[in-house]
Ligand binder design. Sequence first.
Ligand code: ADP
Ligand code: ZN
Length: 210
Amino acid sequence: MKLILLGAPGAGKGTQAEVICNKLNIPAVSTGNIIREALSKGTEMGLKAKSYIDAGQLVPDDVVIGIIKDRLGKDDCSNGFILDGFPRTIPQAEALDAMGIDIDRVIDIEVPDEKIIARMSGRRVCKSCGATYHTEYKAPAMDGVCDVCDAELIQRKDDHPDTVLERLEVYHKQTEPLKDYYSAKGILRVVEGQEDVADTTALTLKALED
Ligand code: ADP
Ligand code: ZN
C-alpha cells in the first residue's frame, strides 16, 4: 500500500504515520524528520534547509524531491510506504507521478486552525532523543524533563506562535490545493481529526479500506 497523509502542520500526521507503519509493516517516510536529521548532522542539505524551516517556509521543491527519490528507492519501500509531509506542493505531487509511483490512498486529516495553534504552541520535544510531548495533552512526569532519557525538553523554533501562523498560511496557499489534485484522481479520503488520537486512528484505518 502506498499512502500519503495530508493535513496542516500539527494535524497529527506524524502520529498516525507511526501507527499505520506498525500496523501495516511499511515504513513511514517523513520529509520533516529527514530534514531535521540532516540539520542536526550539519550536512550541506541541512544547512540549506535551516533558514526556510526557521521562517516557517517550505524547503525548495528540488531539495525535497531529491530527498524523496533517494528514500523511496531503498529496499524497505518496495512493498509500500506512508508519506508524512510529502508532497506539500503541486510540483512535488507531479514529481511523484513522474517517478511512476501509483498512490493508492491519500488521507487528509482535517483540524481547524484554532486547534492547530493551541496544539503547536504546547508541543515540546526532547533535545536528546526526540520524544515528543505536549504541555496539556501529553505532559511529561516532570515539567521540562524527558520521561525517556531525562534530557531537557525544548520548543522547536518553528513551533513558536508567529512561525505557526506563517506555516498555516503556507499550508493553505501551497498544500491545500493538493486536496483537489487527489480528489480528481478519486483517491482522497477526508478524516476529521479527533481530540483523542486513538479515535483519529480508527477513522484513518477505516478510510484506508473504502
Ligand atoms: P509539521 O509539524 O508541519 O508536520 P514537518 O516536520 O513535516 O512539520 O516539517 C517541518 C518543516 O520541514 C516544514 O515546515 C518545512 O519547512 C520543511 N518540510 C518538510 N517537508 C517538506 C516538503 N515536502 N516540502 C517543503 N518543505 C518541507
Ligand atoms: Zn529524551
